[in-house]
Design a protein around this ligand. Structure first.
Ligand code: COA
Length: 258
């Protein structure tokens, strides 16, 4: 296990929880923190976890964004390197071979919103406040927000959020499809842990294939996506979980997945 200063990676059975742990900065993401997240994702992947939860330490923030004190004096080449690092982390979440759930326990602004967008599912505490707030810092979303947000909430809403830098509450975010579910703050951890455990109990390869196929829906033409889906679908035949899942159904019993 690695020892990081600004994040924690905890395991509970087949579920890993990655907690951004810089509460005095509202979990803002500096370079060290992003690099630690990248390493932790690789470690959790090597461990073969069945689901991963991403959250922030403390009661106030999921992630209050990229680190503004670090960004203030960046040159264009330095900003480009920072953007590339943020993109690598978001891509690693999106391509993580098991589902990733964002447990949004408070402020999710700028880069924090963008990391949540890269997750498979977003569950927010009632008190969460979310936004792509970069415009009022004189910049735009730089870790994927301009691309992932419209896919989730539609073009018009994405433009409203990004142009106005609006900070919306969990209820609004839910109504616009930015989060899938809202729960009371004191139930967030338990609820997300339950979701993650349920997912981790599903057939691993099938879940990875489902995630890969769904990711492709945004990447390619429908025709190419359908070809991709057929390949992934057929590739699951002969796996233990496919044989077992179907046999269990036909024998009217619970399946025992690998
Ligand atoms: N980068 C660096 N530091 C940050 C930060 C960020 N994104 N967000 C918060 N902090 C720091 C604050 O500067 C403050 O530091 P200090 O104690 O040395 O003064 C500390 O975290 C606590 O934040 P504070 O603003 O005092 O808390 P608050 O409860 O009054 O307000 C927010 C919380 C989240 C509303 C406010 O901090 C905020 O708007 N943050 C910036 C959000 C943003 O635009 N993020 C996008 C960046 S791309």
């Amino acid at each position: 296990m690695s020892d990081w200063e600004t994040i924690r990676l905890d395991y509970d059975g087949d579920v890993a929880t990655l907690t951004v742990d810089r509460p005095d900065r509202l979990n803002a993401l500096n370079v060290d923190t992003l690099e630690a997240i990248e390493e932790a994702l690789a470690e959790a992947q090597d461990e073969g976890v069945g689901a991963l939860v991403l959250t922030g330490a403390g009661d106030d923030a999921f992630v209050a964004g990229a680190d503004i004190s670090y960004m203030q004096d960046l040159s264009t080449p330095e900003a480009q390197a920072y953007a590339e690092l943020g993109h690598r982390v978001a891509d690693a979440i999106e391509q993580f071979p098991a589902p990733v759930i964002a447990a949004i326990n408070g402020y999710a602004f700028g880069g924090g919103c963008e990391l949540a967008l890269a997750c498979d599912l977003r569950v927010a505490a009632e008190s969460a406040i979310i936004g792509q707030t970069e415009i009022d810092l004189g910049i735009i979303p730089g870790w994927g927000g301009s691309q992932r947000l419209p896919r989730l909430v539609g073009d018009e809403m994405a433009r409203r959020l990004i142009f106005f830098g609006e900070r919306i509450d969990a209820q609004d975010a839910n109504e616009h499809g930015l989060v899938g579910e809202i729960v009371a703050g004191d139930q967030l951890d338990d609820h997300v842990a339950e979701l993650a455990a349920d997912l981790a109990a599903k057939p691993t390869y099938a879940l990875a294939a489902a995630k890969e196929a769904l990711n492709q829906a945004h990447e390619t033409s429908q025709e190419a996506g359908l070809r991709y889906e057929r390949r992934l679908w057929s590739g699951l035949f002969g796996t233990h979980d496919q044989r077992e899942g179907m046999e269990a159904f036909l024998e009217d019993r619970e399946p025992e997945f690998e």
